[in-house]
Design a protein around this ligand. Structure first.
Ligand SMILES: Nc1ncnc2c1ncn2[C@@H]1O[C@H](COP(=O)(O)OP(=O)(O)OP(=O)(O)O)[C@@H](O)[C@H]1O
Ligand SMILES: [Mg+2]
Length: 505
């Protein structure tokens, strides 16, 4: 057995109103990939934030390479060689990649007042070569996709020569090819003796990449098992301790009359959306599949009025509508649950109640313009209960909720708005298996009530399980459409990689 790098024991952490960790423990050896799993709000991120000095523990011991240590701030963790890639990416959008990686420790010229940009970019380049990454160190982070930003975060953590590397849901926003790349990197690091903590809600990844799995539930330690000795079902039942809702494939009644609630005709926007036409029926879930960057989010944003379109027509209930901005879309009964909850979905400094009410503030305003606090509160409480949002009360600021619970707040917000057409973008990203099934159940209920849903998802099993019809995109175009009966992972992937050659102009 290899050396024990980290051992945490009796770790307790109390936040106002929440006992996030209750005498929890965790152990990491050199050269192992150790998964930390548990439902949303179980305390995984908090445990790792304590190890990296983001939070201080109320009680417990941390032993690092045989010595008890106090990790009072993030710098202390870095000095020990403990690096973390946080669940919510933390790069500065207005700086370049290289500036982000070396922020606070930029190389200087022989005149110490001046930064040495060549050295900065050169070191970054060297790091990228080691990682086999093709990125220009001078690119602004704001120009990168979420996936690329993730890679930059990894490069940054590696630049500290970390012996312990913590990855908090690293694959949530990655494509399959990028995940393979990440796993290759993880394997390489493991061989060098780095200990890796791997937090993920994607059960199938655990088998592929991890050596051991520690399960947490409600802030408590449950068990640590060897991956090759555990089944995924056993892990899930340790995590949730209850039965999970499972749907059968949906079947829409093909005999009845189908009413088109939404028709999109020849929608185009620059290179991102090219000549996209499709329709959505009442009571239907249409899944949008495709690789990252295929243009699915761009289509949703264009329909929602978040981005201006170059050409095309949108019809709601058979009538042509002009959508110039999100307000117009909401007025037409269209809601959009964005993939990036931090940027578009949530006001993280506001409380749960306000976030849930904000898209429908009109219905909470009395004739004098005041907000009906009690009504807002009742509504928020109902959603907190039905979505099982883990929060001490509806007055908690959203930034204090765990990642998955923040996602549920966004869903609650659009449910409150009562939209006829709901576009949901990666609705279960970062959501635990139990909560995922709750969300599937909710979507099923919504369509049974006659609502219509466009679901964008990169998880093929989810698309296959939930959609009545599947539209596949590649490079801004629709390359195929499949009924739920004919859809398979292979058929979807075939369309998702089908490039349409540009016609000669
Ligand atoms: N700064 C904070 N202030 C108050 N409560 C917090 C704070 N950080 C976390 N919590 C609470 O502590 C609990 C554990 O949260 P944590 O983020 O560790 O969960 P997690 O297991 O990482 O969940 P997820 O899978 O959703 O990311 C949650 O109930 C959360 O709301
Ligand atoms: Mg977390």
């Amino acid at each position: 057995m290899s050396q024990i790098l980290v051992s945490m024991d009796g770790i307790t952490k109390q936040f106002p109103g929440v006992l996030a960790l209750d005498q929890c423990r965790f152990e990491l050896r050199a050269g192992e990939v150790h998964a930390l799993v548990g439902e949303n709000g179980a305390g995984k991120s908090t445990m790792m934030k304590i190890l990296t000095g983001v939070y201080t523990k109320d009680a417990g011991r941390i032993v690092y390479k045989g010595k008890e240590v106090e990790i009072a701030h993030t710098k202390a963790a870095q000095n020990l060689g403990i690096g973390i890639i946080h669940q919510e990416l933390q790069l500065m959008p207005d700086l370049t990649i290289a500036q982000n990686i070396f922020i606070g420790r930029e190389p200087r010229t022989k005149f110490p007042l001046f930064l040495d940009d060549n050295e900065l970019n050169g070191r970054t380049q060297a790091l990228f070569e080691q990682m086999n990454l093709k990125l220009d160190p001078r690119t602004l982070v704001s120009e990168l996709t979420v996936a690329k930003q993730q890679m930059v975060e990894i490069a940054k953590a590696l630049s500290f020569k970390s012996e312990v590397l913590i990855m908090d849901e690293p694959t949530a926003a990655l494509t399959n090819a990028e995940i393979d790349e990440l796993f290759r990197m993880i394997t390489q690091l493991r061989e060098q003796g780095v200990g890796i903590v791997y937090i993920s809600h994607r059960m199938e990844e655990l088998k592929r990449i991890t050596d051991r799995i520690t399960v947490m539930r409600d802030g408590c330690y449950v068990d640590t098992v060897r991956t090759d000795e555990a089944t995924i079902d056993a892990i899930i039942s340790m995590m949730v301790g209850r039965q999970i809702y499972s749907t059968s494939k949906p079947s829409i009644d093909g005999s009845g009359q189908q009413t088109k609630v939404l028709e999109v005709q020849r929608l185009s926007r620059g290179n991102a959306v090219k000549d996209v036409s499709f329709h959505l029926n009442k009571g239907e879930i249409v899944g949008f599949a495709g690789l990252m960057g295929a243009g699915r989010t761009e289509v949703a944003r264009a329909i929602f009025g978040a981005d201006p379109i170059d050409s095309g027509e949108i019809l709601v209930n058979g009538k042509s509508v002009s959508i110039k901005g999100p307000n117009d879309a909401v007025r037409c009964g269209i809601g959009y649950l964005s993939e990036d909850r931090k940027q578009f979905g949530l006001l993280v400094d506001m409380d749960v109640k306000t976030n849930i009410s904000i898209a429908s503030y009109r219905s909470f305003r009395n004739p004098f313009g005041w907000m009906k606090q009690a009504k807002m509160e009742r509504n928020a409480e109902a959603h907190v209960a039905s979505l099982k949002i883990k929060t001490p009360n509806v007055d908690q600021k959203v930034k204090f909720l765990s990642g998955g619970n923040q996602q549920k707040v966004v869903i609650g917000k659009w449910l409150t708005r009562d939209c006829q057409i709901l576009m949901i973008d990666e609705p279960t990203r970062g959501i635990d298996v139990g909560a995922k099934s709750e969300i599937y159940k909710l979507l099923d209920e919504l369509v049974q009530q006659g609502k219509s849903i466009i679901m964008i998802s990169s998880e093929l099993p989810e698309i296959l399980r939930m959609s009545h019809r599947i539209i596949v995109m590649c490079e801004g175009r629709i390359t195929g459409e499949l009924s739920s009966a004919e859809a398979t992972q292979e058929a979807i992937m075939k369309f998702a990689t089908m490039r349409v050659e540009e016609e000669a102009k």
